[in-house]
Design a protein around this ligand. Structure first.
Ligand code: S3P
Length: 439
């Protein structure tokens, strides 16, 4: 693997074996940053994901008055309690929708105005989905970009609790409202259309907050900003299932592969990919590593098989939303058709992931059809490779295509693959290790 200009070459990987350890969970790392910022005292964090996205969130809370020290994946954050300091500049959340939407929830309950911005991709993503509920709670949220996007100016206020049925299945929006509800007076009830990742609810429960979950409803009793008091604590972040997913998929689709991913988060709201790969014929076992951890954590053992196409849709979608480009890759390597539906949210991720995945699969010679809310991929043996793919600046597209490239007959290259650093620093080193081990 060599880096030429901004293009990264990915060699083929005939043999997949060994044990891999992936960096910390991105969603949990973001939430740890947000909750530590509004806690009183020093929170300590082990296993923090030191990726570009999470580091931007750390810089944002520093600008809001927190004191942060970091050594690799260990952090200490001196929080400021419920009253954040007014920042002297716009907060730049880089590429991260999670960073922007979560911090907006905290800012909605403050007594100052603050602007949030991000890179070109983030400035093209819909922010009216947080504007509507935050304004109903009493904040002023101005969308200064085109088509309801960032920059955002948030003018905080004394918030009141609301009842809100989410129009889309989005853990980011749910979490934004839940964070704002901590500063609100009265009850907030959020109802999801489908179950999404529940890290925020778990963490609020750990902090001793009155959160009640009943099916798709989450209720929290706010005490108003003056009543909000969170004690700092220590957080231990498990490995990111979404990062593990690249290796799990590579191994699942490689006959004869034997791979273990250790100490990774196995929250069932994140691991629907395992069920999909099993349906496709993969042999996957999980074992629990730590019964006492506040998130399910364990290892995943994968033995590769020839895979068959499958259908993916409905309630499964939010629980593998970030893995859908990989499902398409698995489909390209499987026999028959793989159909992904109900996934229109993919169009508003870091790139339009339906379009970017379809473009790359078809450049690889795979038969693929774009649907308004998904993809139909017809797989089979003999992915040729020897082409240059485009990450479209999207970390998950870059990494998913690298996995397909590793199963191709000829090396491929990926333009602008550095964006993998948004969520998985060290990904390209792991690719190199895997491809050179396989020689
Ligand atoms: C995330 C939720 C998902 C996911 C994103 C991280 C989170 O987004 O795609 O990578 O940390 O809450 P949506 O909830 O908007 O689908």
């Amino acid at each position: 693997m060599t880096a030429v200009k901004n293009s990264i070459e990915v060699g083929t990987c005939p043999k997949v074996h060994g044990t891999i350890h992936v960096p910390g969970d991105k969603s949990i790392s973001h939430r740890v940053v947000m909750l530590s910022a509004i806690s009183s005292g020093i929170s300590t964090v082990r296993g923090f994901l030191a990726s570009d996205d999470c580091i931007n969130s750390l810089a944002a809370i520093e600008a809001l008055g927190c004191h942060v020290t970091r050594s690799g994946s260990e952090l200490s954050i001196k929080g400021v309690g419920s009253e954040l300091a007014e920042p002297h500049k716009r907060l730049d959340l880089g590429n991260s929708g999670t960073g922007m939407r979560l911090i907006a929830g905290l800012l909605a309950g403050q007594n100052f105005s603050c602007e949030l911005t991000g890179d070109k991709s983030l400035r093209s993503r819909p922010m009216d989905r947080i504007q509507v509920p935050l304004e109903r709670m009493g904040a002023k949220v101005e969308l200064l970009g085109k088509n309801n996007s960032a920059p955002i100016r948030i003018t905080g206020s004394a918030l009141k609790g609301i009842e809100y049925s989410l129009p889309m299945a989005s853990a980011q929006v749910k979490s934004c409202i839940l964070l704002a509800s901590l500063f609100a007076s009265g009850r907030t009830l959020v109802v999801e259309p489908k179950p999404t990742r529940d890290h925020t609810e778990r963490m609020l429960g750990l902090l001793g907050l009155p959160v009640t979950i009943d099916g798709l409803s989450i209720e929290i009793e706010g005490q108003g900003s003056e009543g909000l008091s969170l004690d700092a604590r220590s957080w231990d972040v498990p490995g990111d299932f979404s990062s593990a997913a690249y290796w799990i998929t590579l191994a699942a689709a490689t006959e004869g592969a034997e791979l273990t991913v250790d100490r990774v988060g196995l929250n069932p709201r994140r691991t629907a990919l395992l069920n999909v790969l099993r349906r496709m014929g993969a042999d996957i076992e999980t074992s629990s590593a730590d019964e006492l951890h506040w998130e399910p954590v364990g290892s995943v053992d994968v033995r590769g098989k020839r895979l068959q196409g499958t259908e993916v849709g409905g309630d499964e979608i939010p629980n593998l939303i970030d893995e859908l480009p990989l499902v398409a890759v698995a489909g390209a390597l499987a026999d028959g058709k793989t159909v992904i539906r109900d996934a229109a949210e993919l169009r508003v991720k870091e790139s339009d992931r339906i379009r970017s995945t379809a473009t790359n699969l078809s450049a690889m010679g795979v038969a693929v059809e774009e649907l308004s809310d998904g993809l139909v991929v017809t797989g089979g043996p003999g992915i040729k490779g020897g082409v240059e793919l485009d990450s479209f600046g999207d970390h998950r597209v870059a990494m998913s295509m690298a996995i397909l490239g590793m199963r191709a007959e000829e090396p491929i290259s990926i333009i602008d693959g550095d964006c993998a650093g948004s969520s998985y620093p060290g990904f390209w080193d792991d690719v190199q290790r895997m491809t050179s081990d396989g020689e």
